[in-house]
Design a protein around this ligand. Structure first.
Ligand code: FMN
Length: 261
């Protein structure tokens, strides 16, 4: 599907669906579309730097991404040091998107901070006194779901319990069984923040390239990360160069992916 065909799926009547009574004022739809539709993976950037305050605001917006139980298991490593950047570019396999970037950022998921963050949520909860059900959620349910052991024995018990519950009593939320599941869970939340970051950069007139093509063990070592840190992606960001886009954007047909059931 070409970009034009994709755009033709848009209707002109969308604004009539906005500004429903009782909802917060709808953001400007055209601006939103412009941000989404003009975002591209940009592989070459100019020398124009991204100012600190712009980057800070973009990272703030990244962290407004939805995330499971608001545990905020993400971190953003902005590579400021020229020396570290040189090594990081090499670990990004010398990709132009890394080499020419004004900012190179590792977007990282953490699997070891859920307990600390649960406590922090209770400490910083905006409503005082903290509602009992909120305390119960973070003090009882979250540990039940997230506690793991090195050999995944607990995962087996939780898996058996969930299966029995599902069979005899009905639907039950799947607790994150194994350590690998925990990683997947933290990463999926972190990917949402990464997308927010890239869109925020676009809204400021800058661009980005998500990179999965890098040497993860090497990058973790360079950034001093532990086995509990998982790099979701590297993001190169900056001002789009005239030759920064390598090909026209296209997607497969809409109907290939959307199923009404
Ligand atoms: C998880 C992930 C990893 C990616 N890794 C790379 C990469 O290593 N190098 C690169 O040039 N582009 C990378 N991309 C960008 C994709 O190639 C790009 O999003 C896709 O071709 C669609 O193009 P568009 O983003 O311009 O719409 C990656 C994208 C994602 C989401």
């Amino acid at each position: 599907m070409t970009k034009q065909q994709h755009n033709e799926l848009n209707t002109d009547s969308q604004t009539s669906y906005q500004n429903k009574p009782g909802s917060p004022e709808a953001p400007h739809l055209e601006s939103f579309k412009q941000v989404i539709e003009s975002r591209r993976s940009v592989r070459r950037f100019t020398d124009t730097p991204i100012p600190d305050e712009v980057l800070k605001d973009c990272l703030r917006m990244a962290m407004l991404a939805p995330n499971a139980s608001n545990l905020q298991q993400w971190e953003f490593y902005v590579i400021d040091s020229e020396e570290v950047k040189k090594k990081a570019v090499k670990l990004c396999l010398g990709q132009n998107a890394a080499k020419t970037s004004s900012r190179l950022i590792a977007v990282v998921a953490r699997t070891d901070n859920w307990r600390e963050h649960s406590k922090q949520i209770i400490d910083e909860y905006p409503e005082k006194p903290v509602p009992a059900k909120v305390k119960r959620y973070y003090e009882k349910l979250i540990p039940l779901i997230y506690t793991q052991d090195p050999i995944n024995a607990l995962a087996l018990v939780k898996w058996g319990f969930a299966k029995a519950h599902r069979t005899f009593k009905g639907p039950v939320v799947t607790p994150y069984y194994t350590q690998a599941d925990q990683v997947k869970w933290a990463l999926s939340n972190t990917f949402l923040a990464a997308e927010n970051l890239m869109l925020a950069l676009r809204a400021y007139g800058f661009d980005s390239c998500p990179m999965g093509g890098f040497d993860e063990p090497g990058m973790k070592k360079l950034l001093g990360l532990t086995r509990h840190h998982h790099i979701a992606m590297m993001i190169g960001a900056g001002e789009r160069a005239h030759n920064g886009i390598y090909n026209e954007q296209f997607r497969f047909d809409y109907d290939q992916f959307v199923k009404h059931v």
